[in-house]
Ligand binder design. Structure first.
Ligand SMILES: Nc1nc2c(ncn2[C@@H]2O[C@H](COP(=O)(O)OP(=O)(O)OP(=O)(O)O)[C@@H](O)[C@H]2O)c(=O)[nH]1
Ligand SMILES: [Mg+2]
Length: 679
C-alpha cells in the first residue's frame, strides 16, 4: 500500500472503455522482485512477447549487464492486455543492487516476488519480502522454474510460511514438476488447465482428493479475510468463483493475502494465468485527472542518447510538456521539456501523461531521487522508504591526467542517479572515496565510467583518517630570529598545550600580559598554530582535541612582523606537542549487524577479533541486531567478510561514532608505515 498521503490521493477508478481502447485510468505498475536468476527478466521478455510487442525487446542492454548476464539497473517493459496498460519494473536480484527494489516497490500497484522452485527462499527473497509483503503492500508470489528437475512447489510454500509472517495462499496447484509440469489446477475456478491444448477441463478423479484439500485451504484463508464469506464458509454454504475472486482482490490490496502462483517462464507455462492475475489482482490506484499535477520521481537514469531521464509516476493531474513543475519540498523549479512514455522496452515522445502513468522527463538534471513534484511548493511529499546506505568504500585514483579532467562530471552523474553510490573527498586523508554496497557494485560503476565516459580509474583500500592529539600538558618557548642583510625577522612565543575535549577540537587562548607580544602580532601567532595543527609530528595527521594558550613572548621594534610570529608560534607548538606525549586517534564506528539466529555466535566472535565491543542485542523478527563498536581500520572489508560468513544473509550499517586513542602496538605500526610512505 502507498504510505500516507499516497493512499489518500490515489482513488480507484473502475471505468472501462466500452470500445476496448486504452483506458489510462486502468494503468497498472507491477514491480518484479526476487533473487538473482529466478527469471524476472525472462518473464518481462515473455510478457512483452505475448502482448505482441512489435519493437525489438532490449532488456539488460547496458554493456555491464550484457557482460554479466544480470540486471543491474531497473528495466522497463510496457504493454497492454485487453486495453489495460501495464508497466513492468524489472529489478536486479543481486544483493548489492538492492536499491532498485526500494525505488520500484513503493510506487507499484503490485509486487510480484519471483521465487526459484528448486531453491525456495533465498537472500534477496527475504529483503524483497521485507519491503513489500512485510510492509503489507499488495504482493503475489510466482514460483518459477517449475520445469527444473528438483522443483518443489509445496516445499517453497512451506518455506515461505515458515520464514515470513504472511498469509501465503496457493491459488494454483501445479500438476507435477520438472518434465512432468504439464498443467495446473486453477483453484479459484476449480478447473484443470492443460498447457498442451490450453483447454480447461474438469478435475480428473485421481486428483480429486488432493485438489479438494488445496481448495479447502484456499477457501479458509480467503474467508478469514472477509467476514461475510467466513459466515458462509462456517455454514458450509456454496461459495462462488466470483466471491472468491473478489475476496482475493480485497485481501491482496490490504496485504492480508499473498497468493502463490507457479510457472515455467522459458517453457511459456503459467504465463496466461499470470497475466490474468496481474490484471485481476492489482487494483489500479489512479488519482483524479482533473486535480493539480503531482508526481513522484522514483528512478533516475542516464541514457546514452537521451541524457538524464527522471522517471516519474503521476499520482494525480497531468504532467505536460512545456509546463514546469517544482519540487514540493525544496521549491526548486523543474523544466518539463521532453517527455517520454514507455512502449515495450523503448521510449516514445508524448505530450502529456495522466494519473497512474509512468513517464520520463528528459534532461531535467536537478530532480532529486525520490522527489515529489507538483505545481507549487508545499503539501505533503510522497514518502519513499529510506534507502540502504553504502557500506563499502574504496579510494579512486585516475589513471592519467585526461581521466582527472573528465572524472568529476562523470562521477557526479553516476552518483546523482543512485542512492547507494556516494562520492566524497575525505576531509582528513584528502582521498576521493567511492562508497557503495560491495566490491561487485563498485566495479560495475567503475566499468560504466570506462564504457560510457571513457574514464579509467583504479581503486585502492582507503587510508584511515587518523588524527593526532596529546595526553598531557607541556610548555615550550621558541624564538624565530633571522638577520639577512637589511631588515631582520624577530618573534618569540611561549605557549602551553593541554588536552581539550571541547567543541571543534581546538581552542586558542590569549594569556599574554603586558604586551610582551603586541596585539597586532597575535593573529600571526594563531595562524602559525593553525598551520601546525594541519600536520602533527607523529605521522603528519591533523591534530585535534588540543588547547593552546600563548602566555608570553618578546618582540623587536623594527624586525618583528606577523610572519615572524607565525613562524615562532609554529616552532613553539611543535616543541610543546612533542613534549606532551602525542598519540594517534582512530575513527570508531558504531555498527548494527542484522544476523539470522544461527550466525549470531560467529558474528560476535568475529567482532571481538576486530577489536570490537558488543554493546547489546536487539531482537528484530527472526533475526537479531548485534549492536557494536569497532575501529574503522578493522572494518574496511567487513561488507565482503560478512557476506562470505553468512552467505549474504546478514546486513549491516555503520556510522561514525567518535575518535579514540589507538593502542600502542598498533600506533607503532601505523607511524612506521606512514613514515615509510613519506620517504
Ligand atoms: N529452465 C528454466 N529456466 C529459466 C526459467 N526462467 C528463466 N530461466 C533462465 O534463467 C536464467 C536467468 O534468468 P533471468 O530472467 O535473467 O533472471 P533474473 O531473475 O532476471 O536475474 P537477475 O537479473 O540477476 O536478478 C536465464 O538463462 C533464463 O533463460 C524457467 O522457468 N525455467
Ligand atoms: Mg534480471
Amino acid at each position: 500500500m502507498l504510505p500516507s498521503r499516497g493512499a489518500d490521493i490515489l482513488r480507484k477508478t473502475t471505468y472501462r472503455s466500452p470500445k476496448g481502447e486504452i483506458d489510462m485510468g486502468q494503468a497498472r505498475t507491477i514491480c518484479l522482485v526476487g533473487h538473482s536468476g529466478t527469471g524476472k527478466t525472462a518473464l518481462t521478455a515473455a510478457l512483452l512477447t505475448r502482448a505482441g510487442t512489435k519493437e525489438q525487446i532490449t532488456l539488460d542492454a547496458s554493456q555491464e549487464e550484457k557482460e554479466r548476464g544480470h540486471t543491474l539497473d531497473m528495466g522497463f517493459g510496457a504493454f497492454q492486455v485487453d486495453g489495460v496498460p501495464i508497466t513492468l519494473l524489472d529489478t536486479p536480484g543481486g544483493d548489492e543492487f538492492i536499491e532498485e527494489m526500494y525505488k520500484g516497490i513503493p510506487i507499484a500497484d503490485l509486487t510480484v516476488l519471483v521465487v526459484n522452485a528448486e531453491k525456495a527462499v533465498e537472500v534477496v527473497t527475504e529483503r524483497a519480502w521485507e519491503i513489500s509483503g512485510g510492509a503489507k503492500r499488495p504482493t503475489i508470489v510466482l514460483v518459477n522454474l517449475m520445469d527444473k528437475e528438483n522443483a518443489n512447489f509445496d516445499k517453497v510454500l512451506a518455506d515461505l510460511r515458515g520464514q515470513f509472517e504472511g498469509k501465503f495462499v496457493a491459488v494454483q496447484m501445479p500438476i507435477r514438476s520438472g518434465e512432468a509440469f504439464t498443467g495446473m489446477v486453477d483453484l479459484v475456478s476449480n478447473r484443470l488447465v492443460s498447457f498442451a491444448d490450453k483447454g480447461k477441463k474438469d478435475i480428473p478423479a485421481e486428483l480429486a482428493d488432493e485438489v479438494e484439500m488445496a481448495r479447502g485451504a484456499l477457501l479458509e484463508e480467503v474467508a478469514a479475510a472477509d467476514d461475510e464469506l467466513m459466515m458462509k464458509f462456517l455454514d458450509e454454504a456454496a461459495i462462488s468463483e466470483s466471491e472468491i475472486a473478489q475476496a482475493l482482490v480485497k485481501g491482496i490490496a490490504s496485504g492480508a493475502i499473498v497468493p502463490v502462483l507457479c510457472s515455467s517462464v522459458t517453457e511459456g507455462k503459467g504465463i496466461d494465468q499470470l497475466v490474468k492475475a496481474l490484471v485481476g489482482y492489482a487494483a489500479p490506484r489512479t488519482g483524479d485527472a482533473g486535480a493539480p499535477c503531482r508526481a513522484v520521481a522514483f528512478n533516475l537514469a542516464s541514457d546514452p542518447y537521451l541524457g538524464r531521464l527522471s522517471f516519474v509516476r503521476v499520482l494525480e493531474g497531468t504532467v505536460q510538456e512545456g509546463k514546469g513543475l517544482v519540487d514540493v519540498v525544496s521549491g526548486a523549479k523543474v523544466d518539463v521539456r521532453d517527455l517520454y512514455a514507455l512502449d515495450g522496452t523503448k521510449q516514445k515522445r508524448v505530450p502529456q501523461a495522466g494519473p497512474g502513468e509512468i513517464v520520463a522527463i528528459a534532461k531535467a538534471e536537478h530532480i532529486a531521487l525520490g522527489a515529489t513534484l507538483g505545481v507549487s511548493q508545499g503539501g505533503e511529499a510522497f514518502r519513499m522508504p529510506e534507502f540502504p546506505r553504502p557500506v563499502f568504500s574504496r579510494t579512486i585514483v585516475p589513471k592519467s591526467q585526461a581521466d582527472v579532467d573528465k572524472m568529476g562530471a562523470a562521477l557526479k552523474e553516476i552518483a546523482a542517479t543512485k542512492a547507494t553510490i556516494v562520492v566524497e573527498r575525505d576531509p582528513v586523508t584528502k582521498e576521493l572515496t567511492l562508497h557503495g554496497m560491495g566490491d561487485v557494485h563498485l566495479s560495475v560503476f567503475i566499468e560504466r565510467l570506462k564504457n560510457r565516459y571513457n574514464v579509467s580509474l583504479e581503486t585502492r583500500q582507503p587510508r584511515i583518517p587518523y588524527k593526532e592529539t596529546i595526553r598531557r600538558k607541556a610548555e615550550a618557548k621558541y624564538r624565530h630570529k633571522k638577520q639577512t642583510g637589511g631588515r631582520g625577522q624577530f618573534g618569540e612565543v611561549w605557549l602551553r598545550v593541554e588536552p581539550y575535549k571541547g567543541e571543534g577540537g581546538f581552542k586558542f587562548v590569549d594569556e599574554i600580559k603586558g604586551a610582551s607580544i603586541p596585539n597586532q602580532y597575535v593573529p600571526g601567532v594563531e595562524k602559525g598554530i593553525l598551520e601546525a595543527l594541519e600536520q602533527g609530528s607523529l605521522a603528519k595527521f591533523p591534530v585535534t582535541e588540543i588547547l593552546v594558550a600563548v602566555f608570553d613572548g618578546s618582540f623587536h621594534p623594527v624586525d618583528s612582523s606577523e610572519l615572524a610570529f607565525k613562524l615562532a608560534a609554529r616552532g613553539a607548538f611543535r616543541e610543546a606537542f612533542d613534549n606532551a606525549e602525542p598519540c594517534l586517534l582512530e575513527p570508531i564506528m558504531s555498527v548494527r549487524v542484522r544476523v539470522p539466529e544461527d550466525h549470531m555466535g560467529d558474528i560476535i566472535g568475529d567482532m571481538n577479533g576486530r577489536r570490537g565491543r558488543i554493546l547489546g542485542m536487539e531482537p528484530a523478527g527472526k533475526t537479531t541486531v548485534v549492536v557494536a563498536e569497532a575501529p574503522l581500520a578493522e572494518l574496511l572489508n567487513y561488507a565482503l567478510d560478512l557476506k562470505s560468513r553468512t552467505q549474504g544473509r546478514a546486513t549491516f550499517r555503520m556510522d561514525f561514532a567518535r575518535y579514540q586513542q589507538v593502542p600502542g602496538n598498533i600506533q607503532e605500526k601505523v607511524v612506521a608505515q606512514a613514515q615509510a610512505e613519506q620517504e
